[in-house]
Ligand binder design. Structure first.
Ligand code: NI
Length: 173
């Protein structure tokens, strides 16, 4: 089931999300719905608060290859190591459509999480995967990529999103 994605500004995108203690059927269904919603958008990552659920769950697939997908479901993802080397990617966000900006982050991160079977997992992500996982974990802490930008740029994007939401509300978009 494709779920509606919240558009910034929305107070539900600014919340600190709660850990998931157990992968219940509801949580497993949420994860499957989030993957479907992400692929449909299309996007490479999605965090639970973006579909209005304030729990620590993200999904990702940075392969950008429908013929060879790599769907990842991460409950309670935690960065346990960050490289000192940084890299810059032009980031976007499904909650901030059609807006992109350069963000500098560690080039590699080690992340631990609980997978959809409840098993503990650990992986070191690099490149786009590293950027994506850090961007999505930020969502669980109420942080958006535009929070890394200067005030003027952030306000400009927020005003564009307010306009987009008004247009969507009256069915013009
Ligand atoms: Ni995002």
């Amino acid at each position: 089931m494709i779920r509606p994605i919240l558009i910034h500004p929305d107070p539900r995108l600014k919340k600190l999300c709660d850990p998931v203690t157990q992968v219940t059927e509801d949580m497993a269904k949420l994860a499957r719905d989030m993957l479907e919603t992400m692929y449909d958008a299309p996007g490479i990552g999605l965090a639970a608060p973006q579909v209005a659920v304030t729990r620590r769950l993200i999904v990702m697939d940075c392969m950008k290859a429908p013929e060879a997908p790599r769907s990842l479901i991460l409950f309670n993802p935690t960065v346990t190591w960050s490289s000192s080397e940084l890299s810059t990617y032009e980031e976007g966000c499904l909650s901030i459509p059609e807006q992109y900006a350069d963000v500098e982050r560690p080039n590699a991160v080690t992340v631990t999480w609980m997978d959809e079977t409840g098993a503990a997992r650990e992986e070191t992500f690099t490149g786009l995967w590293a950027t994506c996982v850090q961007h999505e974990i930020d969502h669980l802490n109420g942080k958006l990529f535009i929070d890394y930008l200067g005030l003027m740029k952030r306000q400009m994007i927020t005003r564009k999103m307010e306009k987009l939401k008004r247009e969507m509300a009256r069915g013009a978009r």
